[in-house]
Design a protein around this ligand. Structure first.
Ligand SMILES: [Zn+2]
Ligand SMILES: [Zn+2]
Ligand SMILES: [Zn+2]
Ligand SMILES: [Zn+2]
Length: 500
C-alpha cells in the first residue's frame, strides 16, 4: 500500500470510513476497523462506510487542496471563503478578490507567490488566465509551499492525494492532448522561476477534467472550482445514497438515506433528471459507463422523461415508437400518434424556442415570458406531464417571472414544477427542497400564509438532510419557518380565515 493510501486509510477509518474495494466488485482486504484500499474494476477506487450513517449525517468533509472562483477579475466571490458581496480586489495583481482582511491573511502565503507571478504578466497574458489555469497555478504553488514546510500538510491535505488521482490520459483524444500541452506551456510562462515537468502538468489538467468539483452556493449556483482529492474517491451513481454540497468552499458529503456498514458511498456527478442516454452522455468526461440500478433498467422511465403524451388528453400513458417508427403508440390505451404530426409540433416549438431565447439573451424578459408561455401551452399538449422538456420550460418561466417580480405567475409555474421534481428526483434531493423553499417564499410574499407554512415545512424537512442544520442559509430558512408558524397560529387564535 502506498504511503499516502495508508495515511488516508488511517484518517478515514477514524471516522468510520475507508477507501476500499466495493463488495462483489473488486478485491481487497478487510482491515480491522474498516476495509482496505483497492481498485474496483471498471470503477477505480471506492469509498465504503465502515459503520452505519443516519440520513443527514456528514460522511466526510474536506477543504479543497486548491480552489478558484469561476470568474476572474470581476470579483464575484471571495478567493478564500467564496462569499459574495462587499469584495475588494488585491491592489497589486487586481485578479484576487477578498471579503475582508481575515480571508486575505488566510490566503496570503499562497497568494503572495501567485500575486508576484500574475503581476509580472503582460495585459495580453493576463487575459489568458482562465479559472483552470489559475487552479493549476495555485496547485503548483501549494505543493511547493507544503514541500518547503512553509504551510502544514496532513493525511487528507497533501499533494500525494492529488498525485494519486486518475487522469485517464490514455483515453483523452489528440486535440485535447494538444490543448493540455498548450495550457501547460502557459503555466510555465506564468511561473518561470519554478521548473515544471510539462508532461506531468498536462496529465494534471486531465485529472482536473474528471476529478475537480464545481463549488456551488446553497442554492446550487456555481461559484468556482476546487480539487478535493478525498471526495474524488467517491464513485458516481444515478441513484446516489449521498449528496455533495458546499458551505463556503468546504465540501460536505451527507447521507441521503440510512447507510449500513459496508455500503459503498455514492454521489451523483451529473443532473439526474435526464434520460439514460443523456446521463451517459454527460458522464463521458469521466470515462466510465454507469451500471447503477437505474441505468440497467428498461426504458419506461426514459419514455416518461423525454416522451410524448397520449392523443387522448385524459390518458396519462407514455408513448413508445412503433417498430417502423412511423408512429408512437400509447402503452396504456394503444392510441397512436402519427410521426408526421409529432414532427410538425416539435418543429413549431423549436422555432418559438429560438425566438424566446433571443428575447431572453437580449434582456427582454416580458417578451421572452410571453413566448415561453405559448411554448409551455404547446408542450403541455405535446409532451408527457413528466417530460423534462416541459419541466425546463416551466423552470425558465419561473425565473423570468421572478425577475419581473410577478410573484403570482412565478408561483403558478413553481407549483407546476413540484410534482415533476417529486417524480424525477429521489425524496431527499436538494432540488426538491429548494423548489419547496422558493414556493414557500413566494406564498409568503403573496400572504398565502398557511400554504407558505406547508411549503417551508417541506423545504426544511428535505434541506436539513441535504444541507445540515448549521449554515446561515438553513438558519434563515428556520427563521422564515418560525415566522410563518407564528403568523398562522396568530391568525387561528384571532379567528382569521385565510383566503388564498
Ligand atoms: Zn472571504
Ligand atoms: Zn494579488
Ligand atoms: Zn447510472
Ligand atoms: Zn393513452
Amino acid at each position: 500500500m502506498a504511503v499516502w493510501a495508508e495515511q488516508l486509510q488511517r484518517e478515514l477509518a477514524g471516522r468510520g470510513l475507508a477507501v476500499a474495494s466495493v463488495p462483489g466488485k473488486g478485491r481487497g482486504l478487510v482491515a480491522a476497523r474498516g476495509l482496505a484500499v483497492a481498485s474496483v474494476p471498471g470503477k477505480g477506487r471506492g469509498l465504503v462506510a465502515a459503520r452505519s450513517f443516519f440520513p443527514g449525517e456528514v460522511i466526510i468533509c474536506q477543504e479543497p487542496y486548491a480552489s478558484t472562483p469561476n470568474r476572474i477579475s470581476v470579483g464575484s466571490s471571495c478567493d478564500h471563503c467564496f462569499a459574495s458581496g462587499n469584495l475588494r480586489k488585491c491592489s497589486v495583481c487586481r485578479v484576487a478578490w477578498y471579503c475582508g482582511s481575515v480571508c486575505q491573511k488566510e490566503e496570503w502565503k499562497l497568494h503572495q507567490l501567485e500575486c508576484q507571478a500574475i503581476s509580472a504578466l503582460t495585459e495580453e497574458r493576463k487575459k489568458m488566465l482562465t479559472p483552470t489555469i489559475r487552479l493549476m497555478v495555485k496547485l503548483i504553488l501549494r505543493r511547493k509551499l507544503q514541500s518547503e514546510k512553509a504551510i502544514p500538510s496532513s493525511a487528507t491535505d497533501n499533494y500525494d492525494l492529488v498525485d494519486a488521482l486518475e487522469s485517464h490520459i490514455s483515453k483523452v483524444d489528440d486535440n485535447q492532448l494538444v490543448l493540455y500541452a498548450q495550457m501547460a506551456n502557459l503555466v510555465q510562462l506564468i511561473l518561470p522561476s519554478i521548473e515544471l515537468d510539462l508532461k506531468e502538468i498536462a496529465h494534471t489538467f486531465s485529472k482536473f477534467a474528471c476529478n475537480a468539483h464545481t463549488i456551488c452556493d446553497p442554492e446550487l449556483r456555481p461559484l468556482g472550482t476546487g480539487l478535493f482529492p478525498a471526495i474524488s474517491i467517491i464513485n458516481h451513481s444515478c441513484v446516489p445514497n449521498a449528496v455533495l454540497l458546499f458551505e463556503g468552499r468546504t465540501a460536505y458529503v451527507r447521507a441521503l438515506q440510512p447507510l449500513s456498514s459496508n455500503t459503498e458511498v455514492s454521489i451523483s456527478y451529473i443532473e439526474t433528471a435526464a434520460t439514460t442516454l443523456k446521463r451517459h452522455n454527460d458522464l463521458k468526461q469521466y470515462f466510465f459507463t454507469c451500471t447503477c440500478p437505474r441505468c440497467i433498467k428498461d426504458s419506461e422511465e426514459d419514455a416518461l422523461l423525454e416522451g410524448y403524451r397520449c392523443k387522448d388528453q385524459k390518458c396519462d400513458g407514455f408513448l413508445l415508437p412503433d417498430s417502423g417508427k412511423k408512429a408512437y403508440t400509447c402503452q396504456k390505451c394503444s392510441i397512436s400518434r402519427d410521426e408526421e404530426e409529432v414532427k410538425k409540433v416539435s418543429s413549431e416549438i423549436l422555432l418559438l424556442s429560438d425566438k424566446a431565447s433571443s428575447f431572453l439573451s437580449s434582456g427582454n424578459n416580458s417578451e421572452a415570458g410571453s413566448v415561453y408561455k405559448t411554448i409551455e401551452q404547446l408542450e403541455q399538449k405535446h409532451y408527457h406531464s413528466f417530460s423534462t422538456t416541459l419541466l425546463h420550460t416551466r423552470e425558465t418561466l419561473l425565473k423570468i417571472y421572478m425577475e419581473l417580480q410577478d410573484w403570482q405567475t412565478a408561483l403558478m409555474y413553481c407549483r407546476l414544477t413540484i410534482p415533476v421534481y417529486e417524480r424525477v428526483y429521489p425524496p431527499f434531493h436538494p432540488m426538491v427542497g429548494l423548489q419547496f423553499y422558493t414556493c414557500g417564499k413566494l406564498e409568503w410574499l403573496l400572504e398565502y400564509t398557511e400554504d407558505a407554512l406547508k411549503s417551508l415545512t417541506r423545504a426544511a424537512d428535505v434541506l436539513r438532510i441535504t444541507h445540515g442544520t448549521q449554515s446561515q442559509f438553513m438558519k434563515e430558512l428556520f427563521g422564515k419557518l418560525e415566522e410563518a408558524r407564528a403568523e398562522v397560529s396568530f391568525r387561528l387564535s384571532s379567528g382569521d380565515e385565510q383566503i388564498s
